[in-house]
Unconditional design. Structure first.
Length: 408
């Protein structure tokens, strides 16, 4: 290894949706670096972003533990799920990973109808966490397969969502337009009385309604047709009006239509905000709160290079995704950032403007999404090795000079 090559490398990725969690991604990247640079000093810290793997990552980082649970999944069938009870300085906090009960990975590809899926299981996890005796429940919002505005979660927590005839409204965002009122008299006492704090770690750019509302931006990714997108948009407009009227007093002043984070996880943000949940930018909640068990700023101060990763890098990356946040924080320390991705999509070049110095796809040849997901760990390891060897060559050229045999 030449002396100009970075010696201290911080590996700080998020997970690859439906393929690898953040811990597995960090392990694969570290292995690829060691293949190319055996002498590198690597610090790997999986970054919990609220999506898949968040609960397990935070439990491991704080010496907590994962609690298994069986809940109603997004398509109405029982699924094996979990939440985490954190340890150390974070004791008394539970982490509920929305994706573990309502994630897209739990929706079979032939059943991807965002108008029908439910967050009921998310509410069950929150209720279970509250019953464990914690003072705070942190809900990670990411990788959702639902678009019900949090209606299912509210039901699981004791609310009654009723139509004009006083009948329970069926599950799914398609039925939001039928809601006449939300009766919170049966809501879990700890939530109604405010004895437990619920915080949602989310992307604040995600709002419930309007041209940039969650239906138009994310419902197509969950299988919605153009007609369904418009139906869901109208349903969310109506749902926002109902929540504004029927919310708990502790939710006074919230803009349920376009407030920051109200559209998170298919509108789960708006639904839980109506019963007093705090909507917080994900990295404030997960990194700056001290609950994650890591001191990212100290690690960045020591690093020569940051390698981060995410499933897709595209025009959405600057809007609250892990690589963008790492680049922002690393830039304050003058540390260069490389980002690996499963795919490089539309607008990927825009990430150079936010401080990411180089990007690379892990897919070397055309292949199906299914094959890429199945072989994600190997692809990531090999892509990292290729990238590191390229960096080593660049460092060697910079040190020796290109004109050693005379000017061209």
């Amino acid at each position: 290894m030449v002396s100009a090559f970075p010696r201290y490398i911080l590996v700080a990725p998020s997970g690859f949706k439906e393929s690898l969690d953040a811990h597995d991604v960090a392990h694969a990247i570290s292995a690829g670096i060691r293949r190319a640079v055996p002498g590198a000093l690597i610090k790997a810290i999986p970054i919990a972003d609220g999506g898949e793997g968040t609960a397990k990552t935070m439990a491991a980082a704080t010496n907590g533990h994962v609690v298994p649970a069986s809940v109603i999944g997004p398509v109405g069938q029982q699924v094996s799920s979990h939440y985490a009870l954190l340890g150390g300085d974070a004791e008394g906090t539970a982490v509920v990973e929305m994706a573990a009960a309502g994630g897209l990975a739990l929706v079979p590809r032939d059943q991807r109808d965002p108008g029908a899926t439910t967050t009921y299981g998310v509410g069950q996890l929150i209720a279970g966490a509250i019953e464990s005796g914690v003072q705070q429940v942190l809900v990670g919002c990411g990788d959702s397969g639902t678009s019900d505005g949090g209606m299912g979660a509210l039901k699981a927590l004791g609310a009654a969502v009723l139509d004009a005839e006083g009948r329970e409204v069926p599950e799914g965002g398609t039925h939001l337009k039928q809601v006449d009122r939300v009766d919170l008299s049966g809501l879990h006492p700890a939530i109604r009385e405010g004895s437990v704090k619920i915080t949602l770690a989310l992307n604040p750019y995600n709002i419930l309604t309007g041209p940039r509302g969650v239906a138009r931006v994310f419902a197509p990714q969950k299988g919605a047709s153009p007609e369904q997108v418009e139906e869901l948009s109208r349903g969310f407009d109506h749902w926002a009006r109902v929540l504004t009227r029927d919310r708990l007093p502790s939710a006074a002043g919230i803009d349920f239509s376009t407030g920051a984070g109200t559209g998170a996880s298919g509108g789960l943000g708006a639904g839980l905000a109506s019963v007093g949940a705090v909507l917080m930018p994900r990295f404030e909640a997960l990194l700056d709160s001290g609950l994650a068990g890591i001191d990212l700023e100290s690690l960045l101060a020591k690093a020569d290079l940051v390698v981060t990763a995410e499933g897709a890098i595209d025009f959405q990356t600057p809007r609250g995704k892990v690589p963008a946040e790492l680049a922002r924080r690393a830039g304050e320390h003058g540390v260069p950032v490389i980002a690996l991705a499963g795919t490089l999509g539309e607008g990927a070049r825009g990430v150079y403007d936010i401080g990411i110095d180089a990007i690379a796809s892990i897919v070397p040849i055309p292949m199906s999404l299914e094959d890429a997901v199945a072989d994600g760990e190997n692809l990531l390891r090999e892509a990292t090795e290729r990238l590191m060897r390229t960096l080593m060559l660049g460092a060697a050229l910079a040190e020796t000079g290109l004109d050693r045999r005379g000017k061209w």
